[in-house]
Design a protein around this ligand. Structure first.
Ligand code: G3H
Length: 481
């Protein structure tokens, strides 16, 4: 509601995933805290968002697009002033390397500029009148109301802003809950929300999601739920809304993207792309390749080269130059990954790289598991971490069937050198997932490309243009010619 509140209640301590030596022990560093607010504060934030929206009569939803853009340009200026602070917090709070933290920041600023340009185009089109069948119509894009916005821990700035920014720009008012791991890095921009936008346009809520989010959904006053996170959480939250037919959802959810290495693939290229695809940011990307299918005839060669290249990856602290593998921010993750490895071993796979799965504090050395089969957790669960399950196949129908049977449908990467064979596979694959990558890793960018998923992997589409559309509805002002 445009107020900075002092918080006297309970707080949540935030510890960095980075451990430092204290005597003969390693300890994680305390880097800050955030308020554990309650349902009461969440409701007050909702009231502030509703008041600012004022059933569509508020200052923000009725402001011209060019005025809203001016506010956003001011916001970008403030953001650029805070770059160092935000980048440092990205490193310390979620363990992302300095290079990737800078990339995340720059990509976000570029995304906002692209979104502004796109909105200008949309606005130019809206200001043209259409005359058909004796009716003159102006087709506009209007806001929905209050958007509840929650981003993920792995891209806490970038992916949060890919929904927050277009939602704001389209005239909605916002309830914004930062991710549990990745809250502090939003502090530097709180003053800017207050300074750049009218009171109540952006309201930040804290505390435990399980305590503050359900009561908000149960009011039925949230018009759009946007979440980049788990399918289960998204489904549970949606069900809490008393008028489900009135709730819009823009969701980026779980994925189990497969890499398929055909027998005629360029193994060097496939290895390079699969290393990047499966292990960038320790495999903590929704777009990561989370299972690799390799033709049995080249499996040995692929595995040898994959493990050789893996050994070249540099483990280290996020600020070290050239570091690839860094500490994991989720405290429970090492135990979960160990469980996946033990389960795979019990069902016949081996960790084929030396030291695979070794855990030291919050570091987990990647484990390459082979041969993986359908009895193992890692065959179907989204590990979201540095485990690379590899499955041998004889007939390409096997990985295709895996994709068809999967409850996920985000992306696939296919590696091969026969264009006809690949062309033949594209249609069946693109009817199962939302992006087919050929001889390239899975990824979201460029951000102007549509980003979505089928089945349980997404709802709605993100990209610069699609996101502006997702947070607005086409409306018509019409009169007789
Ligand atoms: O974690 C999910 C992100 O959308 C991944 O984005 O492919 O650019 O790393 P990325």
């Amino acid at each position: 509601g445009g107020e900075m509140r002092q918080w006297a209640g309970a707080t949540q301590d935030v510890y960095s995933p980075i451990f430092v030596k204290n005597g003969d022990k390693f300890e994680s560093v305390h880097i800050g805290s955030y308020p554990i607010t309650s349902e009461k504060e969440a409701m007050e934030a909702l009231e502030a968002a509703l008041k600012a929206y004022d059933n569509g009569r508020g200052e923000w939803p009725t402001m011209s697009v060019s005025e809203r853009i001016a506010c956003m340009e001011h916001f970008i200026k403030k953001m650029l002033e805070k770059k160092t602070e935000i980048v440092n917090l990205l490193m310390y709070e979620i363990g992302k390397s300095l290079a990737d933290s800078i990339k995340e920041f720059d990509r976000t600023v570029e995304y906002i500029y692209d979104t502004i340009d796109c909105l200008k185009d949309i606005d130019r089109n809206s200001s043209r009148f259409k005359i058909e069948q004796g009716i003159i119509g102006q087709i506009r894009r209007s806001p929905f109301g209050v958007v509840l916005c929650m981003g993920p821990f792995n891209y806490p700035l970038n992916e949060t802003y890919t929904t927050l920014i277009p939602a704001i720009l389209m005239g909605n008012t916002i309830l914004f809950k930062p991710p549990k791991h990745g809250t502090l890095l939003h502090y530097p921009m709180l003053e800017a929300f207050k300074e750049c936008f009218p009171k109540g346009v952006v309201n930040t809520i804290y505390g435990r999601g399980a305590n503050v989010v359900p009561p908000l959904m149960q009011t039925g006053k949230i018009n759009v739920l946007t979440l980049i996170g788990s399918s289960k959480v998204a489904n549970d939250l949606k069900k809490m809304h008393p008028k489900l037919n009135r709730l819009r959802a823009v969701l980026g959810l779980d994925a189990k993207n497969a890499g398929i290495i055909l027998k005629n693939a360029d193994v060097e290229l496939a290895v390079k792309e699969c290393i990047l695809g499966s292990l960038s940011f320790n495999g903590q990307r929704c777009t990561a390749i989370k299972i690799i299918w390799v033709h049995r005839s080249i499996a040995k060669k692929f595995l040898n080269r994959f493990t050789e290249e893996l050994e070249k990856l540099k483990f280290g602290m996020p600020w070290e130059t050239g570091v690839n593998l860094t500490p994991l921010p989720e405290p429970n993750k090492p135990a979960y990954l160990a469980e996946c490895i033990a389960d795979a071993k019990a069902n016949g796979a081996e960790v084929i790289n030396q030291g695979g799965g070794t855990t030291v504090n919050s570091f987990v050395y990647p484990a390459v598991l082979y041969p993986v089969n359908s009895k193992m957790k890692v065959y179907s669960e989204e590990q979201f971490g540095p485990i690379v399950p590899i499955v041998p196949f004889d007939d390409v129908e096997e990985p295709i069937q895996f994709i068809i049977d999967s409850s996920h449908g985000q992306q696939v990467s296919i590696f091969g050198s026969n264009p006809d064979q690949i062309a033949h596979l594209i249609d069946p694959l693109v009817n199962q997932v939302s992006r087919v990558n050929i001889n390239a890793q899975c990824q979201r960018g460029p951000d102007t490309f549509p980003f979505t998923g089928r089945k349980d992997s997404a709802e709605g589409t993100l990209s610069v243009e699609d996101a502006l559309r997702a947070f607005s509805i086409r409306t018509v002002v019409a009169t007789k010619d």
